[in-house]
Design a protein around this ligand. Structure first.
Ligand code: FES
Length: 241
């Protein structure tokens, strides 16, 4: 995946308590203002993985760190996905880098015997997470914008075909993906949890830089989220994120 890095971090305390959908703040460089929120991609024993796009100064710095480098990491932060005892069949919808936290959820769900289907969308074939990195036992359908792999189109194009068999939907992707779900009522009133990818400053509920309007009032994405019930978000008032 060009422009994307995978990094494993030895962090026993975080690895022991992290839940799918939670994130960590990583200090990128000497500048404390350069803490970056990055979702937890996977856990393996005392290690956690992050999968991130090298989009700016901070993530570029991070991607250049060598093996055994010491980095400053804070977490786990935020509220993650809740599978629920009444959920046997999970439908995961990943748009672009939204696949990062959903892998952790898929691994957690399959480990407790749940059925997992994944709709994974990317711009083109080379931006699709390799099948060898997916947990065994999950069913995966791929869409690409240019049709270079899987079905040509977006995950939201095929979502209606899979919604019927799902008990609950778990999504992570860019705001336009959620807006399409909302505009065309693609969820057909099925319960859905989404993770919001939003800019954060403090990451700990201090600065209110990440506040959004919900039916329960103003909420902080870093502290109350990043995972929210889809129906709680007031989509018409969500400024572009
Ligand atoms: Fe500061 Fe959420 S980023 S309150």
């Amino acid at each position: 995946m060009p422009g994307v890095s995978l990094m494993w971090i030895e962090a026993p305390d975080i690895a022991a308590s992290a839940k799918p959908g939670q994130f960590i703040m990583i200090q990128c460089g000497d500048d404390t203002l350069l803490r970056r929120p990055i979702s937890i991609h996977r856990i393996d024993g005392s290690k956690l993985a992050v999968l991130y796009a090298k989009l700016g100064r901070g993530t570029l710095w991070l991607s250049k760190q060598k093996e055994n480098a010491l980095i400053d990491v804070l977490g786990p932060l935020g509220n993650g996905y809740v599978i629920g005892d009444d959920t046997e069949n999970l439908l995961l919808v990943a748009g672009g880098m939204g696949i990062a936290p959903l892998m952790f959820l898929a691994e957690t769900a399959t480990a407790i015997g749940k059925n997992v289907k994944l709709l994974m969308g990317a711009q083109k074939a080379e931006m699709v997470l390799p099948g060898s990195m997916l947990p065994t036992g999950i069913q995966c359908m791929v869409t690409t914008d240019d049709g270079s792999m899987g079905i040509k189109g977006r995950t939201t194009d095929i979502l209606p075909d899979y919604i019927g068999e799902a008990d609950r939907i778990f999504a992570c992707g860019p705001a336009p993906m959620y807006r399409t779900m909302h505009k065309y009522n693609l969820l057909q009133n099925k319960p859905c949890q989404i993770s919001l990818e939003i800019r954060m400053a403090c990451g700990m509920g201090v600065c209110y830089g990440c506040a959004i309007k919900t039916k329960q009032g103003l909420k902080q994405v870093c502290h109350d989220g990043p995972v929210f019930d889809f129906d709680d978000v007031i989509w018409d008032e969500l400024v572009d994120i």
